[in-house]
Design a protein around this ligand. Structure first.
Ligand SMILES: CC(C)(COP(=O)(O)OP(=O)(O)OC[C@H]1O[C@@H](n2cnc3c(N)ncnc32)[C@H](O)[C@@H]1OP(=O)(O)O)[C@@H](O)C(=O)NCCC(=O)NCCS
Length: 184
């Protein structure tokens, strides 16, 4: 299947005016959440949902919540020396789904990049270093391809926990920003 160009996709925060009925991913729990619970949870301030559009229809969606990640769950290379608490601040991908008619065309990656962008943006205002996800077993390869690491202790659980350390991404952005001063 042909990949969808990123300039044909866009993200909108969920509102009560959005028409959700036609969305159909391969996971009925994810379909039900979007149609029945996402807006109510958002009103209750327990999650925030973003819709991804292509060609005027919903191609996928993303739900984000605040989270923490146990220090002991993180690889040594992702830890902070001398960090004094038991948990790091994180943002969780609580739900991510692509319409089954558009799978494997790059929509999931586009939504994941949007999630990383939003989490980095949040980290400019509120301390937050990791993105977490309780992956479906069949989706761990998708997250693995985008540099998420498996938390070993949850590898064999129903929803294996994975995380992305945003620090290296932000460090590269900072370096690029500081190099700009040398540009003409
Ligand atoms: C998992 C999901 C979000 C992937 O979305 P998608 O739009 O099909 O993925 P993309 O086309 O952006 O794929 C990006 C890369 O991941 C790979 N990939 C995607 N889904 C994969 C899967 N289930 N297993 C292995 N690789 C997968 C693609 O092959 C592609 O790799 P490539 O760049 O090397 O070709 C989508 O299949 C989905 O909604 N599934 C049902 C719900 C679900 O499991 N959500 C995850 C909740 S934790």
């Amino acid at each position: 299947m042909e990949q969808i160009h990123y300039d044909e996709l866009w993200i909108e925060p969920l509102t009560k005016r959005h028409e959700l009925i036609s969305f159909d991913s391969n996971n009925s729990e994810l379909n039900d959440f979007l149609k029945n619970d996402a807006f109510g949870d958002q009103e209750n301030m327990t999650s925030r949902t973003y819709l991804c559009f292509w060609d005027k229809s919903i191609a996928g969606y993303l739900t984000l919540v605040a989270d923490t990640l146990e220090v002991e769950a993180v690889d040594k290379s992702d830890k902070i020396d001398g960090y004094p608490y038991r948990k790091y601040p994180a943002i969780k991908i609580a739900r991510l789904a692509v319409d089954r008619r558009l799978e494997k065309r790059g929509v999931g990656r586009y939504i994941l990049l949007a999630a990383i962008g939003k989490a980095i943006s949040v980290s400019n205002d509120i301390g937050c270093r990791y993105i977490t996800v309780d992956s479906k077993p069949e989706s761990t390869v998708f997250y693995d391809k985008h540099n998420f690491k498996m938390v070993e202790k949850y590898r064999h659980s129903e929803f294996p926990k994975m995380y992305l350390n945003m620090y290296p991404i932000v460090a590269t952005m900072r370096t690029k920003e500081s190099l700009k001063q040398f540009e003409n």
